[in-house]
Design a protein around this ligand. Structure first.
Ligand code: PEP
Ligand code: MG
Length: 318
């Protein structure tokens, strides 16, 4: 039954009754892009651009970046490609952008906070993205990591729009941005939930600490509550909200995320088939009931169990 269910699905992600949930790929290099483009995915939901910047003594030039972005965009034709601007700092330090020692790097000048200090780096990256967009006329969406406030979202949106780029968004991975998602989403076209960091900051648990895996479990009801808040801002503004953290690649959790109102799920391309299958086996109303049941649970284990008990039995094997 498992093989049959998996074999049945192809094409766009949707529930049994046709509610769309875009299925997108997470990529980190141009080689990843070529591989992912050959798969049955609707585009890229997260292009982590860090590989261009890490392990080198000087920043990549605008021309160098333009060439890579153009290659990635060309690989996907008119499919959507969401590029995240540089997310360095904390666990990903840059030799050429050292802001000095920080006691708590995960709470320090990482992500867009580094971009706000090193505006030259951000400006070069946006210029390269604008060049690649002009060369390809691709379906390019650009977003910033670690946005916390409406003011940061407005500032970033202005920079991106000034370059003539068509779509600007933010990652929601700081609880403050999720709680005020209506404000943040009022400034931009879309948001993508980084559930890895959102889990870390919601639970005050270092994502690199294996011993804290129970707190970091993406089924934590508190994380589901905060995702629901973020989706509420999306619904009220009419702007799409996706998930690009690891949570999106779990076929059972994908049902809950869809039920919470998430419009797209981005994951390792190898996981897309199972998630597509899970969605196709359930109606949207069932996903909403699963989301409510998961949020009403006392803990992550119970949340997963109750959702599995409501789902098609084949889900246990996907
Ligand atoms: C996340 O935080 O969930 C995310 C997608 O970004 P990264 O894992 O690159 O921090
Ligand atoms: Mg993150």
């Amino acid at each position: 039954r498992r093989e049959k269910a998996l074999a049945a699905g192809s094409g766009k992600g949707m529930t049994k009754d046709g509610h769309p949930v875009q299925l997108l790929a997470n990529i980190g290099t141009a080689a990843d892009a070529r591989k992912a483009a050959a798969q049955d995915v609707e585009g890229v939901g997260l292009f982590r651009s860090e590989f261009l910047f890490l392990d080198r003594d000087t920043a990549p030039t605008v021309d160098e970046q333009t060439a890579t972005y153009t290659e990635v965009l060309k690989a996907f034709g008119d499919r959507k490609v969401v590029v995240r601007t540089l997310d360095a700092g904390a666990d990903k330090p840059l030799a050429f952008a050292d802001l000095g020692h920080e006691e708590n790097p995960a709470l320090g000048r990482r992500g867009i906070r580094l971009g706000a200090v090193r505006t030259d780096l951000l400006d070069d990256q946006l210029q390269a993205l604008a060049n690649a967009y002009q060369a390809t006329n691709a379906n390019l969406w650009v977003m910033a990591p670690m946005i916390a406030t409406r003011q940061e979202a407005a500032w970033f949106a202005e920079l991106v729009r000034a370059k003539g780029l068509p779509k600007v968004g933010v990652m929601i991975e700081v609880p403050a941005a999720a709680l005020r998602s209506f404000d943040v989403l009022s400034e931009v076209d879309f948001a993508s939930l980084g559930t890895n960091d959102l889990g870390q900051y919601t639970m005050a648990a270092d994502r690199m600490q294996g011993e804290l895996s129970e707190l970091l479990n993406p089924w934590q009801p508190a994380l589901l509550d905060i995702i629901a808040y973020a989706c509420d801002g999306g619904a009220k503004t009419g702007h799409p909200v996706g998930v690009c953290g690891e949570a999106g690649g779990d076929p059972v959790l994908a049902l809950v995320l869809a039920g919470l109102g998430v419009n797209s799920l981005s994951m390792a391309p190898s996981k897309v088939r199972a998630v597509r299958t899970a969605l196709a086996l359930h109606d949207y109303a069932q996903c909403q009931q699963m989301a409510a049941a998961a949020r009403a649970s006392v803990g992550p284990k119970e949340a997963r169990e109750v959702v599995l008990s409501m789902a098609d039995p084949v889900l246990a094997d996907l």
